[in-house]
Write a protein that binds this ligand. Structure first.
Ligand code: FDA
Length: 307
């Protein structure tokens, strides 16, 4: 019950102001956000990759309201790429972007988001790495997939995300698997209506497995974004049945969640990528992490009281 309430609050400016100013917030946010600046996140990248893990870096931010903010988002990623250049990690450090942060929801937003994300994808390719387009709420996805397809003409390694909770996703998975894309499959983190998405956890898990099967049997590179132990076991079995080697798919988990599992899977020889978010506009990202596990909310409330 709490999850949908928290997700609704994640879009409220009033709640944003309240949560951002609350005592103890910084401490709890720090569990999920690796730093506020690029200078703070680079040591995290070094430390994570030194442990045999890989990273995807996300400059937090979404739903911007001006063209200047969209340009600033592009510049933040270009600055990140400048810093990554010196580390020479290739695809061991890639990037994830939200198109709403690149202006997708503004007037003429589809073209604007494409124009802003292209230089980021180009700069990433120039240092031997790549970019994955995150999936946001369902109203944004036709535009996201069209931008993905457009970028892949010049940069075929550009990835995208699909969400198991949406009815449309099996069809998207078939198309992407046939075209040989890098695809991250996740359960889905937004508040979606029953007209477009499964609401029941068991239904979402079943859909996840069906989609996973399509990706494993296809020509692309599946990226399994989940902390769910059952889905991780199913992935290993489906990969074995599809005859995929360990480097023909990868696991991805979020910074701050199930860290022991990151290490365990990497020690088994799997590619394990840690989605590492940083920046100051952390509110939406943080609230989705609270919604996924209501126990996080209790921890958050307790930290406010004891401050
Ligand atoms: P589930 O929610 O069932 O969690 C399984 C177990 O993991 C829990 O029992 C708990 O132990 C642990 N866990 C999960 N979430 C936790 C949390 N917040 N705090 C503490 N423990 C937690 N979504 C989206 O809509 N678009 C996107 O682009 C992405 N991108 C993305 C990238 C990566 C790398 C990951 C891992 C996830 C995403 N997501 C996402 C989020 C995704 O849709 C989903 O909300 C979360 O991964 C939680 O679902 P799980 O599959 O982990 O299972």
């Amino acid at each position: 019950m709490l999850g949908p309430v928290i997700l609704a609050a994640s879009r409220s400016d009033k709640m944003r102001r309240f949560v951002s100013a609350a005592p103890g917030t910084k401490q709890v946010v720090g569990r999920f956000i690796a730093g506020e600046t690029v200078e703070q996140v680079i040591p995290v990248v070094r430390e994570t990759t030194a442990r045999g893990l890989e990273v995807t870096l996300d400059v937090v931010g979404e739903d911007i309201t001006t063209r200047e903010q969209a340009s600033a988002a592009r510049d933040a990623y270009l600055e990140l790429i400048e810093h990554l250049k010196g580390l020479d990690l290739g695809t061991r450090a890639e990037m994830s972007v939200k198109l709403s942060m690149f202006g997708q929801a503004l007037d003429g937003g589809h073209e604007l988001a494409l124009a802003n994300v292209r230089p980021v994808v180009e700069a990433a390719a120039a240092i031997g790495t790549t970019v994955t387009l995150d999936a946001e709420d369902h109203t944004t996805l036709d535009s996201m997939f069209a931008i993905h397809e457009e970028l892949r003409k010049d940069f075929p390694q550009t990835g995208c995300v699909i969400q198991a909770y949406l009815f449309r996703t099996e069809e998207d998975a078939r198309r992407l698997a046939a075209s040989g894309s890098r695809v991250r499959i996740v359960k889905g983190a937004y508040k979606e209506p029953a007209s477009v998405a499964y609401q029941d956890k068991a239904e979402i898990d079943k859909a996840y497995v069906r989609i996973l099967k399509i990706l494993m049997e296809g020509d692309g590179y599946p990226m399994i974004g989940s902390h769910d132990p059952r889905l991780i076991a199913v992935t290993q079995e489906l990969a074995r049945r599809a005859g995929r080697k360990l480097d023909e798919y990868e696991f991805q988990m979020l910074y701050g969640i199930r860290g022991d599992e990151h290490v365990r899977l990497a020690a088994e020889g799997h590619r394990m990528r840690v989605y590492t978010a940083y920046g100051t506009d952390w509110y939406g990202y943080f609230m989705r992490r609270l919604a996924e596990k209501p126990a996080n909310l209790l921890f958050f409330v307790r930290s406010m009281i004891t401050k």
